[in-house]
Ligand binder design. Structure first.
Ligand SMILES: Cc1ncc(COP(=O)(O)O)c(C=O)c1O
Length: 381
């Protein structure tokens, strides 16, 4: 059968339209962990990586469905639109936002630019971190040859900002607030004072990956301080409350000169078009944040209460995970739980008897609690 060019184009158009009109339900189904790929068994309860078990909002799923048709295009215009939305959300100029391939990319760029002997920062750009904290930036800095100084958390699980400040001497201070793995916060007045007194030649990166889960008046974002502090970088992610860990999208807010120094080390177009589509749609759906917060808070309270009844004390949590005193070395505990198909947080060497547990769905936490009861009872007898 002979088909005219015009007819062919019409058919193609119909195909594309059908693809775009495909209902978002395809994604909704696959949002649950699939056993068919052989990577994760459907029976596995994954409470190890502080992911959001509810996934992206439906609007984000639909936006990705529509974005299939854009896959052949570079994402620059869409990235610009996401930057504009983030600038509006945070009340800053667009020139103060840099997108990242996850906020992990932002941490890497900050380590590359501001730490190590090759940087122009005073003192060879050492990195100052809390202990324990999220280690990614530490690995990047060490690879670049930087000296890393670890400052233990205080007895209330806050960053010891006085000691971190004394150790800084130029270079980069990393403040994770709320902190991973302890889920604890460093109080807003302390962070504010720290940033105000820090010399301009010392950079500070405040990682607010878990910002949306914090619900105490003692906590606040430091994004408004960027206006007056050229040495401040604030990192955020779409991996947590927006449920997009597998899509990879994050960003930072900083003054334009800092943004340009970070951008100079970044791959071009490093954020993919699917992630951008999902991120833009997520920002347009504020219910994703309120629902996510509420579901997490309810299940977190349930988990902490049940652990308490069993005699295990948790550090007060301001995040989507909890760290509790397991009263025994966690390494064998992690292995016993894994043999029951329950994945929990890794060992944090500074706290060898504490277990980090992601808050999953209520049913997942019930499965964990039953297994944990079994494992700890067996090892006690
Ligand atoms: C404190 C903190 N910062 C950054 C990240 C990296 O997040 P992303 O998925 O945006 O790279 C994580 C991931 O768990 C984290 O806990």
């Amino acid at each position: 059968m002979k088909i005219s060019r015009r007819k062919f184009a019409q058919l193609l158009g119909a195909g594309a339209a059908a693809a775009v009109a495909r209902p978002a339900v395809t994604f909704a189904k696959s949002a649950t962990i699939d056993s068919t790929d052989g990577l994760v068994s459907s029976a596995t309860v994954r409470l190890s990586s502080n992911e959001n078990p509810y996934g992206p909002c439906r609007k984000a799923l639909a936006a990705m469905d529509h974005a299939f048709g854009l896959s052949c295009r570079y994402p620059d215009k869409h990235a610009d639109a996401l930057v504009a939305a983030l600038a509006e959300l945070n009340g800053v100029e667009r020139s103060r936002i840099l997108l990242g391939d996850g906020s992990g990319e932002i941490l890497k760029l900050a380590a590359d630019v501001f730490t190590g002997p090759q940087t122009k920062e005073k003192g060879g750009g050492r990195l100052i971190v809390a202990d324990p904290t999220f280690e990614a930036i530490l690995h990047h800095a060490q690879l670049g040859g930087a000296e890393v100084v670890k400052v233990p958390l205080t007895s209330s699980w806050a960053h010891d900002l006085a000691k971190m400040s004394a150790a800084a001497k130029g270079g980069l201070v990393y403040i994770c607030n709320p902190n991973n793995p302890t889920a604890s916060i460093t109080r807003k007045d302390e962070v504010r004072d720290f940033i105000r007194q820090l010399p301009n030649d010392t950079m500070v990166l405040v990682d607010e990956a878990y910002y949306h889960y914090a619900d105490t008046p003692e906590y606040e974002s430091v994004i408004p301080l960027v206006a007056d502090h050229p040495n401040l970088i604030v990192a955020r992610t779409f991996s947590k409350i927006y449920g997009m860990a597998g899509l990879r999208c994050g960003y930072c807010v900083a003054q334009p000169a800092t943004i340009e120094r970070l951008r100079a080390r970044q791959s071009w177009d490093s954020i993919n078009i699917m992630a951008i589509a999902a991120a833009r749609a997520s920002l347009a759906d504020p219910a994703q944040v309120t629902n996510g917060r509420r579901l997490n808070a309810d299940t977190r309270t349930f988990t902490i209460t049940e652990l308490g009844k069993m005699g295990f004390k948790s550090i007060p949590s301001q995040a989507n995970f909890v760290m509790f005193d397991a009263q025994r070395p966690v390494v064998p505990l992690i292995a016993s739980l894994k043999s029951r198909q329950i994945e929990v947080g890794r060992l944090f060497p500074a706290m060898p008897n504490h277990l980090r547990l992601t808050i999953g769905k209520r049913s997942e936490m019930e499965t964990f609690l039953a297994a944990f009861r079994e494992v700890t009872t067996a090892s006690a007898t």
